[in-house]
Structures are given as C-alpha cells and as structure tokens.
Design a protein around this ligand. Sequence first.
Ligand SMILES: [Zn+2]
Length: 197
Amino acid sequence: MALLPITVLGAPILREETVPVEVVTDELRQLAADMFETMKVADGVGLAAPQVGRRERLCVVEVDEVRLTLFNPEIVAREGRIKWEEGCLSIPNTFGTVDRSERVTVRAINEHGAPVEVTADGLLGVCLQHEIDHLHGKLFIDHLSFLKRRSVLATWDKEKERYPKLVRIFGPGGTDPLPSADGETEGATESAAKPLT
Ligand SMILES: [Zn+2]
C-alpha cells in the first residue's frame, strides 16, 4: 500500500479526459487500493484517478458501509434535482453548493472485472456524480454560477499558495498532515469536517 500525492486545481491532468480501462489488471487493483488508502488519510469519501495523476477511467467511493471500485463508470439514469454543498480533495478548504440529480444509476466494471450497477441518492449519489465528472475533466466549480465560482476561486487563490507543486503530499515534510491516532486531522478547520471527494 502507498499514499499517493493528490493533484490540485491547476494541474492539467484534472482537466483531461480519461481513457477507458479494457482489462482490470493486478496493477490497477493495486492502484485502487492505494487510492482508498490515500482517500482515507485525506478524509475523503471519493477519489478519481486524475486526482492521483493517472489517466485510467477509475474512481473509488466509500460512503458509510458502501465501498465501490468503479472502472469506466457511466450514469445510465437520473431522477429529480437536489442541491448539495460539495468540496473536493483537489481544491482543499473550498466549498460550493451544486445542483445535482437526486438519484442516479451508474453502470461500471468492478475490481474483479465484473459488470455492476448501483442506484444511489444522498451523499453516495452526489459523490458518484462528482467522481464521474472528474473522469471527464470536470470539477464541481464548473457547476457554479459565475459569481459563486468567482468567490470560490478567490478563496482558492489564497489556499493554493500551500501547493506550489500542484500536489498535496501527506506526512512529514509534505503539504498536509497525516491524521493523528484519534482520527482528527491536526489543524483541521470546521469546514474540513465536510465530506470531500
Ligand atoms: Zn473532487
């Protein structure tokens, strides 16, 4: 297992289209395992491959008891509308309210190469939409109105100074602290308590 650096806004890969995965190899299973580990340390509930500098169409999600490794995920059905305050592990300490579908059905391939279909609402439903956006070079800020987006980017303008290399590295000497034994991240702000994807 390994902790991976997380790319932040400004890194070109976050704006690139991903490449569909044809065969789920052991290397890709290991990548997914490393993404889960990194996501946990970063206090997130979802993470997409471009966020760890990879172009495979892969994301991982863990909300409550549901843990999903999704290759080539696609939204095949949507229902209703919902507003959700979102954050992103690639735009730390920056939040905005996004219009999403209330319920989505996603088809994908799992870590064993088998087809799966998931229907979800609430946090899991929003998280799936956020991660699938990442796989097409899209970020939650793209869903905001011009004024909201400008205000979120003003916050990010200050935050980004912490990440001159456009990556977050966890641990000693890195840009972000590792969580302490009691699960609290050192120096965490109130807003950091919100689930991040
Ligand atoms: Zn994100």
